[in-house]
Design a protein around this ligand. Sequence first.
Ligand code: GDP
Length: 714
Amino acid sequence: MQRDYPLERVRNIGIIAHIDAGKTTTSERVLFYTGVSHKIGEVHEGTAIMDWMEQEQERGITITSAATTAFWTPTYADHSNTEAKHRFNIIDTPGHVDFTVEVERSLKVLDGGVVVFDGVAGVEPQSETVWRQADKYHVPRICFINKLDRTGASFEHSYKTILDRLTKSAVRFQIPIGEEEKHEGVIDLLRMKAYYFEGDMGSKVVEKEIPEYLKADAEKFHAELIEKIVENDEQAMNDFLEGKEIPLEQLKAITRKAVIGNTLVPVFTGSALKNKGVQLVLDAVVDYLPSPLDIPPVKGVDPKTGEEIVRHASDDEPFTALAFKLQTDPFVGQLTYFRVYSGTLEAGSYVYNARTGDRERIGRILRMHANEREEVKKVYAGEIAAAIGLKNTVTSDTLCDDEHPITLEAIDFPEPVVSLKIEPKTKADQEKMGMALNRLSAEDPTFKVTSDPETSETVIWGMGELHLEVLVDRMKREFGVGANVGKPQVAYRETITNEASAETKYVKQTGGRGQYGHVKIRVKPMDKNVDVEDLPKSVKRSEGFEFVNSIKGGAIPQEYIPAVEKGIKEAMAKGVVAGFPMVDISADLYDGSFHEVDSSEIAFKIAASMSFQDAAKKARAVLLEPVMKVEVVTPEQFMGDVTGNLSSRRGQVEGMEERGMSKAIKATVPLSEMFGYITTLRSMTEGRASFTMEFSHYAIVPQNVAETIIASRK
Ligand code: GDP
């Protein structure tokens, strides 16, 4: 069987944007123009196609990253030539900062991005966050300044914010014909033509001469553009300096190479809502964004030897794929989206999961279009598809050929920082809830489920209030679980700040066989945070624990050592300050004794647990709290109020900068002080300020605050 599409005509792209910039509207237009969707719906009516889940429509935000396949023949191409047709796999990326992990995971599997900006606001805080994430994965990008029809829209302003805040490699490939209510079309500065969008949903692209009043501007920016392009190619640069004209096709080829090499970022413009400009962006995706052949081969390691392995985007290499998204589909059940890096996969065959070491059967393979599912027999290198039938595969697992195993570099998932208690309403709900939570946590590695060791209540953990709210919502709707939900809680931790030791003898003589366990334990902070005064901000505090056994001369027989370690771990899970899990501790079992008859594992476990608690208390145990990086963008007149309020929340303002007409305040603030912040911020600024936050680090809770927390836990 032959592949139906040559790889050079495949584009795996994401549409990336700050929430509200118009990603949904743009995606919709893309699906409309690519002919997949024949009916168009406006976002405010809640009928957007890319928004899979009801609640997304209600919230107007896009949370999941489903992959959608569409086809595009560039507007300038000969449409009777089937070889001009390209396949796009569009990977949806969320815009809200509570879902940055979703963004990262999409960035990992896509080859190029279209970054959408609001033509009034220009670059917004979250656009910067996402841009930096895309930098991390070296994703080639083109920009689309959207909403040029809106009152207050300015291409110049928005373009400048891209240059100032994101990249000096940006260059305008277009300028608008009119702005705000006068926005009519765009000028292509490479072709030096004007484009208008007529007919149903602007689907007819009409080329005209540049209007007289814009000719001088167009000439000026055309010259600027040519210069920017030839800078990327020595020969072309020389020709240019000698005054030779460089053919369009050559300029496009140089641009393509430069965009893929991340040295050039073309900027386009228009209005998705008013159907202007989107088709030309699709042309640019074909022209400038990479096919799977253009990106570096993927790297991984041999799960057995740890040796590095490289796989190229070729059907002839062993099968290698990354499961990047699990989604529950109302019609076919669980779907596992995967990106094939090399080799091919047939429906009905087996794959090897490098993490679990199990072989799993792939039932059917689907390609998802916006409103239909296409069943495919086989998928090829470079493609994205969804599998039905994988039971034990979770997000970010590598799927491969069992004769050629490989583990691809895993996605780095941050630790969850917010938790809440959740309780099933009825006995029937209890069972359903367990299943639903399992499913959701397999889909989303930043969503965790634990049970409180004391009360055995179920606790769920996530990246933020909204993250948990959305998951609880999904649990209720998709799985029909009735549940009562507690208030969001901060994921506090505990650690020690000093070295200390303790000795515990656990002895019981009650007739018959007694109990005897005797240990001496020394605890100290783990190396990375010995210097407590100067807690390194980059340290990701999590499960850090080290057990050292320096017992000499068999003072405690080997068979009891694991019980000692277990006792320490149990004590750590319970904490010694206010019942939060302890992290980053090294515990050394350095002495003790045993009794021939009375000693048992349980006696040593209890002794170790008690001894550890004793030592940890002496070692000045403290509470740790997650601290968030917060950025508030506000009109200047509210700056005093905003910073004052941040300080009252124990925030530290770390910097301030101009943001167009506004000020951006950067601060670090403990998460516990940020619940409900949005409401305060809105009322303080007449609704004109916005903010974003992400996890930064764990820090010691100040004494007075710690006392309140401890009291509330009693
Ligand atoms: P998303 O949050 O990035 O997915 O943004 P949406 O596509 O949901 O758009 C947010 C809001 O902006 C919606 O009310 C859209 O109708 C509106 N919008 C999107 N694109 C445009 C545009 O080009 N012009 C104008 N005036 N509004 C737009």
